[in-house]
Structure formats: structure tokens, C-alpha cells
Design a protein around this ligand. Structure first.
Ligand code: HEC
Ligand code: HEC
Length: 142
């Protein structure tokens, strides 16, 4: 190794450290801007809806937005957390709106007693309300 190598390496290291600390100022992780030895604020477990009074529908026949948190409701092939409250049998007890007739009509037009397969994955169409300001103005609908 010649004599200039360590100097070049040191200079390189200096640059690396310098740019890393410059980055650290701008980047805030999900954990927040809290150093490793201190405790960060935990995420709120229960999400309350951000929008008072909910969000109106924007166009006719829009799947209504979900006005409550759905963090704990799993939809898999075996279980559907939404149906614990929204099935025909449970909606009354849970005081939840019953899905409309459209959700009980098969592709061939026959009626079904249970939610049809095409409506099983509720969150394919229904999404929870959030107080997210649009980054780009939406001209669809209203
Ligand atoms: C613990 C019971 C419960 C569960 C589980 C539940 N909901 Fe609800 N849901 C309700 C109740 C009660 C309402 C009535 C509005 C309110 O007060 O929150 C409602 C309202 C809604 C509405 C609004 C209907 C309208 O006419 O505006 C939609 C859509 C909805 N839920 C979809 C879902 C979906 C999708 C899931 C699963 C990811 C789900 N819900 C899980 C109880 C529940
Ligand atoms: C393919 C899209 C789609 C899927 C999947 C779907 N929905 Fe809907 N949902 C709609 C649309 C569109 C409307 C409003 C128009 C209508 O009446 O069909 C609606 C309306 C509703 C309403 C409002 C009823 C009222 O009287 O205000 C509830 C509650 C609901 N759906 C629950 C559910 C649940 C629970 C699931 C899952 C088991 C589900 N939906 C799956 C599209 C869907």
C-alpha cells in the first residue's frame, strides 16, 4: 500500500459520515425522530374516524365508504370479519346496515340466502373513510 492510500480512504470515510448525518436530518422513520435509547410513542391502537359526520357519496351507486375502523376485520377464504355484523342474520343484533339486495343476487340472476361470491371480499369495493387530503384534485363524480 502506498502512503497516499490511507489518506484517500480517510477522506472517503469522512465524506460518507458527513453525507449520512446530512441525510439523517431530513429522513424521519416510522418510529419518529426519536433516538434509539429513548422510547418512541406507540401507535394509537384504536383508530377513530377522522371525518366528523362521514363523507358523502360522490356518485350514484358508489359503494358507501366504511365509517368505522376495520383494522381487526380479516377477510380470508375461511372467515369474513365484516359478516360478523353485516350478515343478514347478525345485522339487526349489531345494529349495522344490512348489505343491499344486490349483494345476494348471483351472476345468473338467482337469489342467494348468503352474500354471493362476487361480493365476498368487501374491501374490494368498500374502503374506510380517512381524512386524507387529495394530492391531485379529483374531477370524477360530482
Ligand atoms: C362490530 C360490528 C361491525 C363490523 C365487524 C363491521 N361493521 Fe361495518 N358497520 C357497522 C355499524 C354499526 C355501521 C353503522 C354506521 C356506524 O355507526 O358506524 C356500519 C357501517 C358500515 C358501512 C356504511 C353503510 C352505509 O350505508 O353508509 C359500510 C360500507 C360497512 N360498514 C362496511 C363494513 C366492512 C367492509 C367491514 C369489514 C371490513 C365491516 N363493515 C365490519 C358495524 C360493523
Ligand atoms: C363488487 C363491489 C362490492 C362488494 C365486493 C361489496 N359491496 Fe357492498 N356495496 C356496493 C355498492 C355499489 C353499494 C351501493 C349500491 C347498491 O345498493 O348495490 C353497496 C352497498 C353496501 C351497503 C349499504 C347498504 C345500505 O342500505 O346503505 C352495505 C352495508 C354493504 N354494501 C356491505 C358490504 C359488505 C359487508 C360486503 C362484503 C361481504 C360488501 N358490501 C361487498 C358494492 C360492493
Amino acid at each position: 500500500m502506498n502512503k497516499t492510500m490511507p489518506i484517500i480512504m480517510l477522506a472517503g470515510l469522512g465524506l460518507l459520515v458527513g453525507s449520512a448525518s446530512a441525510l439523517a436530518v431530513d429522513v424521519v422513520s416510522l418510529r419518529g425522530d426519536v433516538d434509539l435509547d429513548s422510547k418512541s410513542e406507540p401507535f394509537p391502537v384504536k383508530r377513530t374516524m377522522a371525518v366528523d359526520g362521514g363523507i358523502d357519496e360522490n356518485w350514484e351507486n358508489q359503494p358507501p365508504l366504511i365509517p368505522h375502523s376495520i383494522d381487526k376485520d380479516r377477510i380470508t377464504l375461511r372467515e369474513n370479519g365484516c359478516l360478523k355484523c353485516h350478515s343478514r342474520a347478525d345485522a339487526k343484533v349489531e345494529n349495522a346496515p344490512k348489505p343491499p339486495k344486490s349483494h345476494f343476487i348471483k351472476r345468473n340472476g338467482e337469489k342467494s340466502k348468503t352474500i354471493v361470491a362476487g361480493r365476498y371480499f368487501c374491501t374490494q369495493c368498500h374502503v374506510p373513510q380517512a381524512n386524507a387530503q387529495p394530492l391531485v384534485k379529483n374531477t370524477y363524480g360530482k
